[in-house]
Write a protein that binds this ligand. Structure first.
Ligand code: NAP
Length: 287
């Protein structure tokens, strides 16, 4: 059996078309564009690329981007002043602070200044708590993008055993909460997990978010499993996932490639979250 390869690029393009219709309808209704503020501090080259792609994504989906590029030597006070001003600006629907921040800046304090209703990354403790409580929220973009992929392929989640390898706040934990919300039986694994291979082999849906190239090998995968590869690893100048794609695809029923799988859906989900925040903010005004 050779797996169906889930094309994240194509899904991302379709999702963006649908999103553009929503943001255009928003503009017609409220007389302004959905607006995302992106804050980049310092000169980290990878962050520069991410920010550029996010701004391009905004432009492609009729979202107004506001880019703030602060120098490496920005103080905590200066960064906080900017985030506070954006928090108070009624024309700004979403605020994104690109991570990692330069050493010396307090990431947690800065992120907590983003009001939950403008927290397009879904990192604020209130949004994380609401996710666990099953309430309306904004959830972290990468796992939300994975859910969109599963839904788009009509992959059954309810009652399935989902195994997630990785427990980060950005991927593993919110992924678990989202799958649990849809009634999967969820197991979270990490570096201290014993018998990892046996647990992975039980998975109907296996999500790899580890950060180690080709860590998940075919002998860890059940015949017919859905395999989602979140990993992005650079090996000899090439991008590799956390899954040994060539061998695992012969056993899985569905698999995401790297590149071209989960990655493209992450920024698209950020844009969707921005539109969601804008709609909720406008609805809250009219309540
Ligand atoms: P992270 O914060 O470094 O977390 C990695 C997780 O993997 C940790 O929970 C760690 O366990 C676990 N782990 C490490 N070695 C392990 C082992 N030998 N066995 C079992 N578990 C192990 O990474 P992250 O931010 O979640 O990112 C994970 C990967 O996804 C990275 O490659 C990252 O680049 C990629 N990523 C991609 C996107 C995208 O858009 N596609 C977005 C975000 C991240 P402990 O907690 O015990 O240390």
């Amino acid at each position: 059996m050779s797996a169906k390869i889930i094309d994240g690029k194509a899904l991302s393009a379709r999702t963006r078309e649908e999103l553009k219709e929503k943001t255009t309808a928003f503009e017609q209704k409220y007389g302004r564009k959905v607006c995302l503020a992106v804050v980049l501090v310092g000169n980290d080259p990878a962050s520069e690329v991410y920010v550029r792609n996010k701004i391009r994504g905004c432009e492609a989906t009729n979202i107004k981007p506001l880019a703030y590029r602060l120098p490496e030597e920005t103080t905590q006070k200066e960064a906080e002043e900017l985030v506070r001003a954006l928090a108070e600006d009624d024309g700004v629907d979403g605020i994104l602070v690109q991570l990692p921040l330069p050493a010396g800046l307090d990431e947690i304090r800065l992120l907590e200044l983003i009001p939950p209703e403008k927290d397009v990354d879904g990192f604020h403790p209130v949004n994380v708590g609401n996710l666990l409580l099953g309430r309306e929220t904004v959830a972290s973009c990468t796992p939300m993008g994975v859910m969109t992929m599963l839904h788009d392929e009509n992959i059954e989640i309810c009652g399935k055993h989902a195994v997630i390898v990785g427990r980060s706040n950005i991927v593993g934990k919110p992924m678990a909460a989202l799958l649990l919300r849809e009634s999967a039986t969820v197991t979270i694994c990490h570096s201290k997990t014993k018998n990892l291979k046996d647990i992975c082999k039980q998975a109907d849906i296996l999500v790899a978010a580890i950060g180690k190239a080709e860590f998940i090998t075919a002998d860890m995968v059940k015949e017919g499993a859905v395999v989602i590869d979140v990993g992005i690893n650079r090996v000899d100048g090439k991008l590799k996932g956390d899954v040994d794609f060539e061998n695992v695809k012969e056993k899985a029923s569905y698999i995401t490639p790297v590149p071209g799988g989960v990655g493209p859906m992450t920024i698209t989900t950020l844009l969707e979250n921005t539109c969601l925040c804008a709609e909720r903010r406008e609805n809250a005004k009219n309540r």
